[in-house]
Design a protein around this ligand. Structure first.
Ligand code: ACO
Length: 452
């Protein structure tokens, strides 16, 4: 028996194309502050969010994924028969058996392609990362048939009214995966951390809303970040033959973004981890007084957090800011949030600047599952940036009133799991080229149409 070696793998496996779908309506977070009667700045500064996308009962997880796949294929002129794997990461469950992937097969069936591997993956916001890993692993395996893979990460991030609601949002990222990509996965560096935690979960099948212990979920997120970061850095150190690899070896950081402030804190946390490995280094002077803080205390210590955030302010603007732009404009998208950060980076930084840069990506899903990988930008990202056209598309959205958002949430609550139903949402809110729910019949079967 001969072991397969790296030489047999296709080269430069990674992301060849990206498309993003987000709803045409959003609310302004400062108006939400007034509407919710909280202090000015709580959502915009405290959480760091600007806009929050929402949908009513006219769209569901399947319709938004149909839109994303169709637009990816159309914009990049990809043949449906060239796809050999389609992976979906989502935690928006509308059926306990039938996957979203099988519904997406309607698009491929129309072109006679029924041989497509892959299925849905669910674990909070982590499903998209798992879907991505499955696609990359397939291309790097003996099962690969030479065709492309598509990864879909999409969710409706919905919360009951209360502290978590301003971290709602909705969106999908679709990616074409293959060899000789401009955005290449760096081999041998991936790190993972998984454990059991009840920080955010969805045990109530009659509700779209999670049960969430918000503060605890933040701590879980940051602790999993530490674990992934330190494992990743251990591997990077070996790869670079460097004793103390650090954030200096990373050009950009993209994190799962439930809200921007937590991403800011993660970046600060990376430097804290670097400091622990190199405490005498002059550049960490502002943290000198925190050498003796225990690990558990480090996750709670506000002075330490403040010192880390202050010390990394300039680095944040350069290394994290470009990836934070889009999630700030849409809100949480659960599985899609981290990939929307990558789309944001590609859109905000020109291709020349990105060339040869290392992008570190952190995916977190409650419960909990987390991983970290890095990409190397080896080719032009101009085409992806132009096709995403995110700044223009985000600016073209309708800014709805908070009352419209509340009404849309009320309609969704009332009609969750219903059958024999025609959605009441106004089709004027559906843009052209977007799929919507036409009806749900008496057997809960869903029918979709694409708006001309
Ligand atoms: N101006 C400026 N900042 C303000 C203001 C104001 N007027 N009011 C409050 N703030 C700050 C607070 O100081 C706090 O800052 P800090 O995070 O640096 O401490 C921040 O705004 C949040 O306010 P809090 O009162 O501490 O928290 P709140 O009760 O609003 O809950 C939370 C925030 C926990 C994030 C909530 O929105 C939530 O549960 N969200 C969903 C869970 C989540 O996203 N978890 C993240 C990982 S898991 C996942 O991805 C789903």
């Amino acid at each position: 028996m001969t072991a397969t070696t790296f030489e047999h793998y296709p080269e430069n496996v990674g992301i060849l194309a990206m498309e993003m779908y987000f709803p045409s309506r959003c609310v302004d977070q400062s108006e939400m502050e007034t509407f919710d009667g909280v202090s000015a700045g709580k959502y915009t500064i405290g959480l760091g969010q600007e806009k929050m996308a929402f949908i009513d009962d006219r769209e569901d997880i399947q319709s938004i994924c149909l839109t994303a796949v169709h637009n990816l294929m159309e914009k990049y002129n990809i043949a449906y028969t060239d796809i050999g794997r389609l992976e979906v990461g989502t935690e928006t469950i509308i059926d306990k058996s039938k996957s979203v992937k099988t519904t997406l097969m309607t698009l491929f069936g129309e072109h006679g392609n029924y041989e497509i591997e892959g299925i849905d993956t669910t674990n909070a916001c982590y499903g998209g990362f798992n879907a991505f890993s499955n696609a990359v692993n397939w291309i790097e395996s003996s099962s690969w048939d030479g065709r492309y893979a598509i990864v879909i990460a999409g969710d409706l991030a919905l919360y009951a009214s209360g502290a978590a609601r301003p971290t709602s949002g909705a969106g999908v990222v679709a990616m074409l995966i293959g060899k000789n990509a401009p955005i290449v996965v760096e081999r041998g560096l991936r790190s993972t951390h998984m454990e059991h935690a009840y920080d955010f979960y969805k045990p109530d099948m009659h509700s779209e809303y999670p049960v969430v212990d918000g503060k605890y979920s933040n701590t879980c997120y940051l602790a999993a970040f530490d674990a992934c970061y330190n494992r990743y850095m251990g591997r990077l150190g070996k790869a670079l033959n460097k004793e103390k690899p650090s954030m200096d070896d990373i050009d950009y950081l993209v994190c799962h973004s439930p809200y921007a402030k937590l991403v800011n804190k993660s970046f600060a946390r990376a430097s804290y981890n670097d400091f622990l490995k190199d405490p005498e280094n002059e550049k960490f002077a502002p943290l000198a007084g925190f050498k003796e803080v225990s690990y558990a205390e480090s996750l709670e210590n506000r002075d330490l957090e403040k010192a880390c955030v202050g010390m990394t302010k300039a680095g944040y603007a350069q290394k994290v800011g470009p990836a934070a732009f889009v999630p700030k404009q849409i809100g949480n998208m659960y599985t899609a949030a981290v990939w929307s950060g990558l789309a944001s980076l590609i859109s905000e930084v020109d291709s020349e600047t990105l060339k040869d840069k290392r992008v570190l990506l952190y995916s977190y899903g409650s419960g909990l599952a987390a991983s970290m990988i890095s990409f190397r930008i080896t080719g032009s990202t101009d085409g992806i940036k132009q096709k995403l056209n995110l700044r223009e598309r985000l600016a073209a959205r309708t800014i709805a009133k908070p009352e419209d958002f509340a009404e849309a949430m009320a309609i969704r609550e009332k009609t969750h799991n219903v059958r024999d139903y025609v959605p009441s949402g106004n089709l004027d809110h559906i843009a052209s080229g977007v799929y919507y729910v036409e009806k749900i019949d008496d057997k809960w079967r869903r029918f979709y149409k694409r708006k001309d």
